[in-house]
Design a protein around this ligand. Structure first.
Ligand code: SAM
Length: 330
């Protein structure tokens, strides 16, 4: 029998997306029903899941491991970030704490978690928790006003690690950079940066840049009629999806220190490729010619775009991907 595609209330979903896109902070809970949470979870939430998959893949390339078996999802919504994390590190997490100011969201997220991970203890406190293990924050920042953003950050004081993923827009990236600058004394920066200095995007001359990356949708989504329908109804691409992220940890093992992380998409010219590259010294444009070792990966934007470059001024002489060169990074 043919599998029926899930039925979605597209009008409701468009309304929800309009709410997310409006520039002012959102005051108070907005989830209206289980149906709405489910529609979100298999559409917009699933796309957020692809961003998390890209981030978690990069963390694995960097050799990162969660420093605690306890996980807290702040502003959990349907719990998509938590489920991606549990799938990426099977058996690692023993306890998950879900926090959201919407009770409907917590209840939905708990149900989904229990179903997929029956062995994990799920805790749903009645007041904002002070997490001591690993914290996830996903697509919450633009909903917070200054006061609640400050409160969120205060709650992080005892966390061992914080994984934060947001849309890859100019505004959100700049907000995350602000968070990075505020917390980089208390935490070490694991990613996207490969250094602990002030963010190079804040340097003079980089005013038009923002730190963002792209996550691919799984290949099968491009052939799936359900996602074709999504594209038409929501007027949204299935992928690649822009995201910004920030991974902080108190005592990490920093494997990619000194490497370069490319930002955005490579610009392909007839005879060379131009990339925006972030490293300890700066954020600046670099070029690689066709004969450059690593040119194909650079041109195709193979993710994660983490390299050890040999440079001559702004020319890349060779580029080795972090994690691939045997014996150098792992
Ligand atoms: C866009 S949804 C993202 C949900 C989920 N983290 C994800 O990535 O799919 C934002 C979530 O943050 C929650 N939220 C917003 N402001 C909050 C606050 N001050 N305290 C707790 N939760 C909040 C909302 O209720 C909503 O579930």
């Amino acid at each position: 029998m043919k599998n029926e595609p899930p039925k979605i209330d597209w009008d409701r979903l468009r309304e929800l997306r309009d709410l997310f896109l409006q520039p002012e902070p959102i005051t108070g809970p907005y989830w209206k029903s289980n149906r709405q949470l489910q529609d979100y979870d298999i559409t917009l939430g699933e796309r957020i899941g692809w961003k998390w998959d890209a981030v978690l893949e990069e963390l694995k390339v960097r050799g990162w491991k969660p420093p605690s078996p306890s996980l807290t999802d702040m502003g959990c919504g349907t719990g998509v970030a938590t489920r991606r994390m549990l799938r990426a590190f099977p058996g690692h997490f023993k306890k998950v704490t879900l926090w959201d100011h919407s009770e409907a969201a917590i209840s939905y997220a708990r149900q989904k978690l229990r179903h997929e991970f029956p062995d994990v203890r799920v805790i749903c406190p009645s007041a904002p928790p002070h997490p001591k293990g690993v914290v996830l924050i996903s697509h919450v920042l633009t909903e917070l006003n200054d006061e609640s953003a400050g409160e969120f950050l205060e709650l992080m004081a005892d966390a061992q690690a914080m994984l934060w993923v947001e849309p890859g827009t100019f505004e959100t990236s700049r907000m995350l950079i602000e968070v990075r600058e505020m917390l980089r004394e208390e935490f070490k920066v694991v990613a996207p940066c490969t250094h602990q200095e002030r963010c190079g995007i804040l340097a003079q001359g980089n005013e038009n840049h923002w730190c963002h990356h792209f996550a691919n949708a799984p290949a099968k989504a491009h052939q799936d009629p359900f996602w074709g329908h999504f594209r038409k109804e929501m007027n949204l691409d299935v992928g690649p999806l822009a995201y910004s992220f920030l991974i902080l940890e108190k005592e990490p093992e920093l494997i990619a220190e000194g490497a370069s992380h490319l930002i955005g998409k490579p610009m392909i010219m007839p005879k060379y490729v131009r990339v925006l590259s972030c490293q300890k010294e700066d954020v600046r444009e670099l070029v690689a010619g066709r004969k450059t070792d690593g040119y194909r990966d650079l041109k195709q934007g193979v993710t994660p775009m983490l390299y050890r470059f040999e440079l001559k001024k702004n020319r890349i002489l060779s580029g080795k991907k972090v994690g691939e060169a045997a014996g150098t990074d792992h």
